[in-house]
Write a protein that binds this ligand. Structure first.
Ligand SMILES: Nc1nc2c(ncn2[C@@H]2O[C@H](COP(=O)(O)OP(=O)(O)OP(=O)(O)O)[C@@H](O)[C@H]2O)c(=O)[nH]1
Ligand SMILES: [Mg+2]
Length: 349
């Protein structure tokens, strides 16, 4: 059964239950990590708050927490992207119910472009769980984007790392306006692209090279008639294996309605099939390894620029990340940042 009037996830922020997080607020990070892994809701909420806390004195605790979780992030990670208004949030609501029916625990991170944020950011955006969501046990968290283009903020990665160590599946919704896709592929195992049935959009996305990345396409709003089916057919015809990120896998193109719950089961099956493909081919490990290094590189580039990266020497990030598989991405960033700092400080006026 489709949800009756699914509210966009980002607006499902009802005030949090502060009593829930009372006890883990002072927990030692390793003890907190153990509770996160068991799926303890209050512990997960507290862990998310800790990585969102920028005060330097809390940084060590946050890194210890993330290091303890690193070997445990086994939950599958799915990016959901697409043009503004394509129906990503509506689709996520439907996916969450579908996965809940299949007995899976699910978390959702929604990245809001800053322009859309109101009081949430000012209030520190603590964990909010909508009442409908609470029934299905889904975790919802909305994060401010770093910029108007939907660039992901620094807490997106660690937040996903926490959720995927506690839950079976974690989704991250980002607005598809270019920049966010390039960053989200470093964070997820599979990428789902929600297509607005209008030809103009597709041409724009093809030009930007964005259609080379997704592993599954969902052309939404099939209830509006022929346009959605035509868009799906055009897309199938336009996909060329030769230019794909993964040249061995032709993505499924589904056509359905998030609002009316049409083809949602097929979408869950398509996601599961892709996960199975990633397991069988070993590609998940490859993507996660590359994603870890790419996250480190991009954080260091933001902090120190290409000059700072140059001080590390080529291949250092990859080899350091490979030699320390049980360190969190944030710890790798910190460690390598410390190596860059002395040379950086002495050379920058
Ligand atoms: N007709 C129809 N409308 C839909 C469908 N899915 C979503 N919508 C509507 O499309 C609008 C945008 O839906 P959202 O789910 O908020 O889209 P979104 O992609 O998350 O939007 P942003 O987060 O703002 O980028 C809403 O008015 C939805 O009710 C669908 O299957 N059919
Ligand atoms: Mg949305």
């Amino acid at each position: 059964m489709p949800p009756e009037h699914p509210a966009p996830l980002a607006s499902a922020r009802i005030s949090g239950d502060s009593s829930e997080s009372a006890s883990p607020a002072t927990a030692e990070p390793r003890a907190l990590a153990a509770r996160v892994v068991e799926g303890d809701r209050a512990a997960i909420a507290e862990a998310l708050n800790r990585v969102d806390d920028n005060r330097p004195r809390n940084r060590d605790d946050a890194l210890t927490l993330l290091d303890a979780l690193e070997p445990r992030r086994n939950g599958i990670r799915i990016g959901v992207t697409g043009a503004p208004g394509a129906g990503k949030s509506t689709l996520l609501e439907a996916l969450v119910s579908g996965l809940h029916e299949r007995g899976r625990s699910v978390g959702v991170l929604a990245v809001d472009p800053s322009s859309k944020r109101s009081g949430g950011a000012l209030l520190g955006d603590r964990m909010r769980i909508g009442s409908a969501a609470r029934e299905t046990g889904v975790f919802l968290r909305s994060l401010a984007a770093r910029d108007q283009l939907g660039g992901l903020s620094e807490v997106t990665g660690p937040s996903l790392d926490i959720l995927s160590s506690a839950l079976d599946a974690v989704f991250v919704e980002t607005v598809g306006v270019g920049q966010s896709e390039a960053q989200v592929i470093d964070l997820v195992d599979s990428l789902v692209f929600v297509v607005q049935p209008a030809a103009g959009d597709l041409i724009q996305f093809m030009k930007a090279g964005i259609l080379e990345w997704p592993d599954v396409f969902f052309v939404n709003k099939s209830d509006l008639g022929d346009l959605a089916r035509r868009t799906a057919a055009e897309l199938r015809a336009g996909l060329d294996l030769g230019t794909r990120r993964d040249p061995n896998h032709m993505p499924k193109v589904l056509c359905g309605s998030a609002r009316d719950g049409i083809e949602i089961d097929s979408l869950i099956d398509a996601i599961d099939e892709h996960q199975q493909y990633l397991t069988e081919t070993g590609l998940r490990d490859v993507r996660r390894r590359e994603g870890r290094a790419a996250r480190v590189r991009s954080a260091l580039a933001t902090r120190f620029g290409s000059f700072g990266l140059g001080l590390l020497g080529s291949g250092t990030i990859e080899s350091y990340a490979a030699d320390h598989p049980s360190l969190s991405v944030d710890r790798l960033i910190d460690d390598l940042g410390k190596r860059i700092e002395p040379g950086f400080a002495s050379d920058v006026p």
